[in-house]
Design a protein around this ligand. Structure first.
Ligand SMILES: [Zn+2]
Length: 486
């Protein structure tokens, strides 16, 4: 038997701490060895992949993607587990954490089983789930959630805004309490529901309905306030949380202040907040709808503040928040017509394939962050934070999820290159430096020169066991653990 099934030869391996010339030996889908020179290429049964002149990075871990999400009233996102996987692999991402939703008045086990069925049939990346809670009834909290967690889901997602998803503070406390008892992380969409509803009503009354007023309906203040509240309530219960998609330095400051007092809170941001802005939503006609997501993209000063927060390690995860709505057609951005007021336009931008090239181009190629920072932000930290223990690192024993990366290649982004099912990319025409040449999933080449080759259903479910990083701190007001009694 040969020592290795595959040797990746001649590349430069990038880890969170280092960058060094090394061959990578793969056996049984896992990394078996790293050495300056691995022999055995001549052995029958060992294939060799030439990585001369390329970087070898861990496969991307995208811990926030909306894929084939079920819609209230029937149907699902047009981005399926198969098309979403194609986009992911094309962009160098090998693992995703997507979502299982709950509809108000319904349970969580039924939908979760449906997501499992769909992903098992269609996924070509490895995947885990966040469980969205929109209706924390007694039955959901006490009967269903323990089963969800036993099945390997340890991340709960809550929204502090959006009808009909949002939780009020008491409901949020109920989810935080359950998470504390069950050993889960809670991820939070932080915007103030009432403030947005109040401003939106005023904007509509003033006749300001165009896509650009989406940003006016939710200025940084509403994100800062909700971020503060989300953290304060998590601190009250002593439950670790991650704040999703931080779009502005005002919210990042709230996270930094809490981190400084030892609170277990992490922050995520997304490429759209570095490269898009509110001005994009002011493009002629209805074009601005292509750039609408929540929180809203801000401006260059906000992006500069986010880079600072990334460098300070206040924000340690960069996800895509891939949420694809077609621009044309009856179910996408124009579902309520080509003149729909901003309040009736679906929110979200697609970005699975663009995540790594945009972050490399804007971050590493410009000198804002190092290649090791890039590895930490796009793979290492999301894998650790969500308990994906075999993912996100290049080390013996880890899954051989790898990207061969050309750090110099210049590419003009087009929708075709994104390989998602959505009919546009908000990044159309942008030129980026740095590009994935090949993607390996558990040792198999599943993308080469833009051609994705994998079997639908070949992605594996990543059940998450208990892990230390999200253990509560044991710091409680008056030493009283209220979560144990509710
Ligand atoms: Zn999202």
């Amino acid at each position: 038997m040969p020592d290795y099934d595959l040797i990746i030869r001649g590349g430069t391996v990038v880890t969170e701490s280092d960058q060094f010339r090394a061959d990578v030996g793969v056996r049984g889908g896992r990394i078996a060895a790293l050495a300056e020179r691995l022999d055995g290429g001549a052995a029958p049964g060992t294939s060799v992949l030439d990585a001369t002149g390329l970087l070898v990075l861990p496969g991307g871990v995208d811990s926030h993607c909306h894929i084939e999400q079920l819609q209230q009233g029937g149907g699902a996102d047009e981005e399926t587990f198969t098309t979403g996987s194609t986009a992911a692999l094309a962009g160098g991402t090998t693992s995703v954490v997507s979502f299982s939703t709950q509809f108000k008045g319904g349970g969580v086990l039924g939908p979760l089983a449906e997501y499992h069925r769909r992903a098992a049939a269609g996924a070509m990346v490895d995947y885990a789930f966040h469980q969205i809670i929109t209706d924390p009834t007694e039955a959901v909290i006490h009967d269903e959630l323990p089963q969800v967690v036993a099945g390997g889901v340890r991340s709960l997602k809550v929204f502090l805004t959006y009808d009909p998803l949002r939780l009020d503070d008491r409901q949020y406390l109920a989810v935080l309490s359950a998470a504390r008892r069950l050993g889960c992380l809670v991820t939070v969409h932080c915007e103030n529901y009432d403030a947005i509803a109040w401003r939106s009503a005023a904007l509509l009354a003033a006749g300001r309905t165009a896509p650009k007023y989406h940003a006016w309906s939710r200025p940084p203040i509403v994100e800062r306030e909700a971020t503060h509240r989300a953290i304060a309530l998590a601190e009250l219960v002593d439950t670790p949380i991650e704040v999703f998609h931080v779009s502005c330095p005002e919210a990042a400051e709230e996270i930094a202040r809490a981190q400084a007092r030892g609170v277990r809170v992490w922050g995520e941001t997304c490429p759209q907040y570095f490269v898009l802005g509110a001005a994009d939503m002011d493009r002629p006609g209805f074009e601005g709808a292509k750039f609408m997501c929540s929180p809203a993209p801000r401006d260059a000063a906000a992006a500069a503040g986010l880079w600072q927060a990334v460098r300070a390690r206040t924000l340690e995860v960069v996800s895509s928040d891939h949420s694809g709505w077609n621009y044309a057609g009856p179910r996408g951005k124009q579902a309520a017509g080509p003149d729909a007021p901003f309040t009736n336009i679906p929110n979200g931008v697609p970005g699975l394939a663009a995540r790594l090239p945009l972050l490399w181009s804007e971050g590493v190629a410009t000198g804002r962050i190092t290649a090791s920072d890039f590895v930490r932000l796009t793979a290492g930290q999301p894998a650790r934070l969500f308990g994906l223990h075999a993912k996100g690192r290049i080390a013996p024993g880890a899954d051989a999820d790898l990207v061969l990366w050309d750090p110099e290649r210049r590419t003009r982004l087009t929708n075709a290159l994104m390989q998602h099912v959505i009919d546009y990319t908000p990044y159309e025409g942008m030129e980026v430096t740095g590009w994935p040449v090949a993607t390996l999933r558990r040792g198999a080449v599943v993308m080469r020169d833009g051609v994705v080759q994998a079997e639908p259903g070949s992605g594996r479910y990543l059940a998450v066991p208990p892990y230390d990083m999200i253990r509560p701190r044991g710091v409680l007001p008056d030493g009283f653990d209220a979560a144990a009694f509710c």
